[in-house]
Write a protein that binds this ligand. Sequence first.
Ligand code: PLP
Length: 273
Amino acid sequence: MKLWLDGELRDSASARVSVFDHGLTVGDGVFETMKAVDGQAFALTRHLDRLARSARGLGLPEPDPDEVRRACRAVLDANPMPLGRLRITLTGGDSPLGSDRGEGGPTLVVAIGPVTRRADTTEVITVPWTRNERGALAGLKTTSYAENVVALARAREQGATEALFANTVGRLCEGTGSNVFVVLDGEIHTPPVASGCLAGITRALAVEWTGARETELAMDVLDRADEVFLTSTLRDVQAVRRVDGRELPTAPGPVTAKAMRIFDERAADDLDP
Ligand code: PLP
């Protein structure tokens, strides 16, 4: 596998960053993951915009979008695959102990790995830990993902593939790596970004394409919903069939199935060459 590190393509087996990289030592970094279909990244421009927003939020120097685009192109060309997970990581850079962030400038890595197409339906759990909608990192896609790793491990232990968080005031927020939608009386709702969730790019497209409403939702909406679905770049729209072991009435239900169809039809337009 070839990846991009600090200005050039390198073999992933020999690519190295400093053991004092601020991304490694304190999680001071931002990232983007997007699906790549036959060498084309999905919604790359939107991902580059969000990367820049996250970098600004963390006070990291904004990456040059042309350089990141070039890096993505080089990585996609060097690693042909039908379906991939393309990841851009930008960190604070080499920061020997006792020093401040990145004396030598930030670290930029672009890498790709193969993935298989997601299943149409899945199971989720809720976890007792909260997203902090008022925290400094709310809405930023930072590399500080350890809480998500813990929650996802809990989900896997229970045979689920995703864990859903409430925020600090008990409202439904998001999953470890996905946004959540519920269908109530034929209408689609998703928590607003003010709930502390990531402004998911798939979420934004789903809102635009299905007319879903942004609504503050209590956690018990999951007990009442007719349908529940998740969105993320690798899931697209994925129906939920069980929440905390409870079967949803239908999965995919009619509204979710329609959203899946709309997504399949329209998503090809968002593949950036
Ligand atoms: N929420 C979190 C915490 C995520 O990490 C992700 C994606 O990685 C999402 C939501 C979904 O975002 P997107 O649709 O941009 O993949």
